[in-house]
Design a protein around this ligand. Structure first.
Ligand SMILES: *[C@@H]1O[C@H](CO)[C@@H](O)[C@H](O)[C@H]1NC(C)=O
Ligand SMILES: *[C@@H]1O[C@H](CO)[C@@H](O)[C@H](O)[C@H]1NC(C)=O
Ligand SMILES: *[C@@H]1O[C@H](CO)[C@@H](O)[C@H](O)[C@H]1NC(C)=O
Length: 347
């Protein structure tokens, strides 16, 4: 895991994502929020088709065509196909949606590993391996898959972190997406994010970073061969509002595996109403380094989880079965302030 510093996008002048009339009128009344409506105005659709029947042949070319400080909602329709390219959405290009034709058929993939060298001769390190990286706010992706096709490392091998996707922008929404990799598949780096009905596959820390995210109705699928782990959350202080809330998810695949690891001193991870197959390692959770007493400062919890692996998830004293009041903040989209930027039908 690298320790690259990244900007936070928690404070933004944009208050809304949706352009539903109800929300626009609420936002137009700025007496309470002290900032005016500057969400997307208008809507444009452009198409990417690897067979040449669209506006662009590659996803990156379509992204390049979006003007800096874009104000329109831009839907990039990506036709079925495998797009072998590394894609970056820069911070200046807001309101972009990647719309695939289904996560089985529209795929963007690349194959960088942390130990590979970049153009400057330096090792890339984990955060720069992502096949697709998004720095912009108000990004969304629907019905598309992101892969890192570097081969899975054997346990103990160094430098094989290989991310499929990195989200560093705020207010980002994903539905029906697939994320495929092995070690460090999904870099949930910074900002508020909502993942709905997604499929996330990997072996070690395959969801990691310091995002403030809700994962609802997702499948978390382990391909670990000797030992694996699902989530490594990097909250660094008690003041940070970051954390991963898994709600109504399904944990499948091979094990044994830790369900959460304390990447940051104040790591925060909660699983609620989640099914665990019989793949959870005894103890269920890991404090990362066994020296910094993270087991005293993390917030790990479970609420009404089930399945053959559910008992092991309650395996350490510092990952509690929560009561309703404690679990409550992790059960609704308000965890990511979703009421202000996720259209009601999408949550
Ligand atoms: C804005 O909100 C205030 C307080 O809720 C209300 O009195 C006012 O009529 C609203 N203005 C508009 C334009 O909606
Ligand atoms: C995504 O795919 C599902 C299943 O194929 C379909 O029902 C749904 O309408 C699609 N949604 C979007 C936003 O593409
Ligand atoms: C907490 O972690 C420390 C090492 O960081 C260890 O010595 C201690 O036994 C752990 N406590 C529990 C309750 O697991």
């Amino acid at each position: 895991m690298g320790s690259l510093l990244v900007p936070f996008f928690f404070f933004t002048f944009f208050s809304l994502h949706s352009i539903s009339p109800l929300q626009v009128s609420a936002s137009a009344n700025s007496t309470r929020h002290h900032h005016k409506w500057v969400g997307p105005t208008g809507r444009r659709v452009i198409t990417v088709d690897s067979r040449g029947c669209g506006d662009f042949l590659s996803v990156q070319a379509a992204v390049e065509s979006v003007p800096e400080n874009n104000k329109e909602k831009v839907i990039i329709q990506i036709k079925a196909g495998i797009y072998i390219e590394k894609v970056v959405v820069p911070a200046t290009k807001l309101f972009i949606t990647f719309q695939g034709e289904g996560r089985e058929v529209t795929v963007i993939e690349w194959h960088d590993r942390a130990a590979d060298r970049g153009p400057n001769g330096q090792q890339l390190r984990t955060y720069k391996t992502a096949s697709v990286t998004v720095f912009a706010n108000y990004f969304s992706a629907k019905n598309i898959s992101f892969k890192n096709t570097a081969p899975a490392p054997m346990p103990g091998m160094e430098g094989w972190q290989a991310a499929a996707f990195r989200i560093s922008g705020d207010k980002s929404y994903f539905s029906g997406c697939g994320f495929y990799g092995a070690q460090d598949t999904l870099c949930d780096d910074a900002g508020r994010h909502y993942f709905k009905e997604c499929y996330i596959e990997g072996s070690i820390d395959f969801i990691f970073g310091n995002g403030r995210s809700m994962y609802k109705d997702c499948e978390l699928h382990s391909i670990a061969t000797r030992f694996g782990s699902i989530a490594a959350q990097d909250r660094k202080s008690a003041e940070e509002r970051t954390g991963f809330a898994f709600l109504n998810c399904k944990v499948t695949g091979s094990g044994p595996l830790y369900v959460g690891r304390a990447m940051g001193q104040y790591s925060r991870i909660v699983f609620s109403y989640t099914y665990f197959a019989d793949v959870v390692a005894p103890g269920g959770w890991d404090d990362w380094d066994h020296t910094s007493n993270k087991n005293k400062t993390v917030f790990f919890g479970v609420y009404k989880c089930w399945g053959p692996g559910a008992e092991a998830v309650r395996g350490v004293s510092w990952a509690r079965e929560l009561d309703y009041n404690t679990a409550h903040p992790f059960l609704a989209k308000s965890f990511v302030n979703g009421r202000h930027w996720i259209p009601p039908g999408d949550a």
